[in-house]
Each structure stands twice: as structure tokens, then as C-alpha cells.
Design a protein around this ligand. Structure first.
Ligand code: BV8
Length: 240
């Protein structure tokens, strides 16, 4: 695929890119996450009604992410290589709340749905690194409020982060690549239309199998991300 080597690229990743690193996707095994539907537990209403269930859902995921066997895979490293070697701008937008892109070295990165290893105090709004379990008795290290902490992720019904920066990048992108996402969740699932409509960008899907909006992409490459992403990136860089 030939695009000008100063062309801006926007990459979107979802849970599928972290699957081979050992982190569960949301809609694998019938969309249940340890028996619960993510939409039912990742919402402000759920947090208000059953804070202990929501805290436990994130404590389990935080503990899993921090275990020594969880590491970036070849797909994460291929995206870091693209950012380093592509002469134009590469913006990586991830729906994932894990830190595997950072650990692979990606810098120009937006976590549009927040970060699992950060906490936010609903009393003083302070955001800080938090690697322990959290519960309704946890104390804010900034304002010492008790029980005012929540995980700093974007729940269903909340507004994703840095949408203005993302939309601007999509409008100017010459290439939009979506990796490891099922196309279930908006506004991320609508990014392909923003890119193709506003700048006639080339739009590529790289996934294990065609996503819900596969037909909206110019081309698709299917297979495990640890194989398809490095392969795609090396072909892109060979054409510089
Ligand atoms: C918003 C953080 C307004 C928390 C998450 C009806 C129509 C349209 C929209 C809506 C609607 N009803 C409600 C909405 C809005 C709602 C929404 O989209 N709901 C869905 C369920 C219909 N969206 C929102 O509420 C968003 N906010 O709309 O605000 C607004 C919008 C714009 C501007 C102003 C205001 C907020 C959504 C954010 C929710 N938070 N995460 C947490 O992580 O706990 S969402 C969470 O689920 C993820 O972050 C991710 O975004 C989503 C999961 O999606 P995927 O990453 O795609 O994962 P999934 O398991 O689904 O798929 C994995 C894919 O990988 C699969 O395709 C699989 O084949 C593939 N795969 C597997 N293995 C591999 C692989 N690929 C490659 N290699 C492999 N080895």
C-alpha cells in the first residue's frame, strides 16, 4: 500500500491487541467477564448502586495486569517501531486501559477510556497512580477523603477523553488503522467513518476476524495481532 511517507497516521487499538499478552477481551466467551457483562459493571450507576462489585471487578483486572507474566507482545512493539521510524506523525489511540503500549515504548498515545493503574478522587478530583486494591474505605492521598476513590477509566455513559484531539487527527489522517476491536463501542467504532469521510483516508482493519463494521474499511487483514500487525507495519515501512 503506497501512502506519502509524511502522511499522518492514526491507529486505534482495542482489547484484541492485548489478548496474546494474557489479558481477556470483553466479548470473548460470550461477552461475559467472569460471569458479568461489562456494560453492567462499568457504569456510574453500577458504581453508585454496588460499589463493592465494581471495585472487585477492577481489583481483579489490576492485579492481573500487574502480574509478572503480563507483557507487551509483538503487536505492541511493532506500533512503537512505526512511531519511531515513520517520518510523518503517528497518533496511537487506545480503548484499552492497560499500560502495555507504554511498556512497549509508544509515546504519542491517548487512552480514550482512561487507565486501570490510575485512581481519581471524586471529592478533590486528584488523579494519581494506584496499584493496590481499592474499596469503599480507601483514603485519598491528596484530600484524605474516605471512600471517594474510583478507578480512572471512562464508564459507559461517560465522555471519552481527548475527543477533540482525536477527531482533529482523524480528519487529517491519510491512513487509519483499527486493530483488535469488535466495533461494538462508540464513539471509537465510528472513527473509521470520520477518517474516510473527511479526508478520503485509507482505512485498514486488522483483527482476528471481521468486526461489526468491517465493511466500512478499505481493506482487512485477519489473524492474531502478534503476527498480522508486525507484518503490516514492516510492509508499510518498506514502502517509505
Ligand atoms: C459516550 C473502559 C457520549 C472501562 C470502556 C447505542 C448506539 C451507539 C452508542 C451507544 C448506544 N447506547 C449507548 C451508547 C454509548 C456507549 C456504547 O457504545 N455502548 C455500546 C455497548 C452500544 N458508549 C459510551 O457510553 C461511551 N461514551 O458515548 O459518551 C459521547 C460520545 C462522544 C462525544 C461526547 C459524548 C463510553 C464508552 C466507554 C466504555 N468504557 N472501557 C473498562 O475497560 O472497564 S469500553 C470497553 O469495551 C473497552 O474500552 C472497549 O472500548 C470496549 C471493548 O471493545 P473492544 O476493545 O473491541 O473489545 P471486544 O472484546 O469487544 O473485542 C475484541 C476484539 O479483538 C474482537 O473483535 C476479537 O475478534 C479481537 N481479537 C481477539 N483476539 C485477538 C483479536 N484480534 C487480534 N488478535 C487477537 N489475538
Amino acid at each position: 500500500m503506497k501512502i506519502s511517507n509524511t502522511a499522518p497516521i492514526v491507529i486505534l487499538t482495542g482489547a484484541g491487541i492485548s489478548k496474546e499478552s494474557g489479558l481477556d477481551t470483553f466479548r470473548g466467551n460470550g461477552g461475559l467477564w467472569e460471569g458479568i457483562r461489562v456494560e453492567e459493571v462499568a457504569s456510574p450507576i453500577a458504581f453508585q448502586k454496588t460499589p463493592d462489585i465494581v471495585h472487585s471487578f477492577y481489583n481483579k483486572r489490576r492485579e492481573r495486569l500487574l502480574s509478572p507474566d503480563i507483557k507487551p507482545n509483538a503487536a505492541h512493539y511493532a506500533l512503537e517501531k512505526l512511531e519511531k521510524e515513520w517520518p510523518g506523525e503517528v497518533l496511537l489511540v487506545t480503548q484499552n486501559v492497560d499500560d502495555l503500549h507504554e511498556r512497549a515504548g509508544s509515546k504519542n498515545l491517548i487512552h480514550m477510556h482512561g487507565e486501570l493503574l490510575n485512581a481519581r478522587c471524586v471529592s478533590c478530583h486528584h488523579i494519581f497512580l494506584w496499584k493496590k486494591d481499592m474499596d469503599t474505605q480507601s483514603i485519598c492521598p491528596n484530600c484524605t477523603a474516605v471512600g471517594a476513590l474510583r478507578v480512572n477509566v471512562v464508564w459507559f455513559g461517560e465522555i471519552p477523553l481527548m475527543m477533540d484531539v482525536i477527531e482533529n487527527a482523524l480528519i487529517n489522517a491519510a491512513l487509519f488503522v483499527s486493530i483488535g476491536t469488535s466495533g461494538n463501542v462508540y464513539p471509537a467504532a465510528g472513527f473509521v467513518q470520520v477518517a474516510s469521510r473527511s479526508n478520503d483516508a485509507r482505512t485498514i482493519e486488522i483483527n482476528l476476524e471481521p468486526s461489526l463494521n468491517a465493511d466500512q474499511f478499505s481493506k482487512g487483514y485477519y489473524g492474531p495481532a502478534s503476527e498480522t500487525v508486525p507484518d503490516f507495519i514492516s510492509k508499510l515501512l518498506d514502502n517509505i
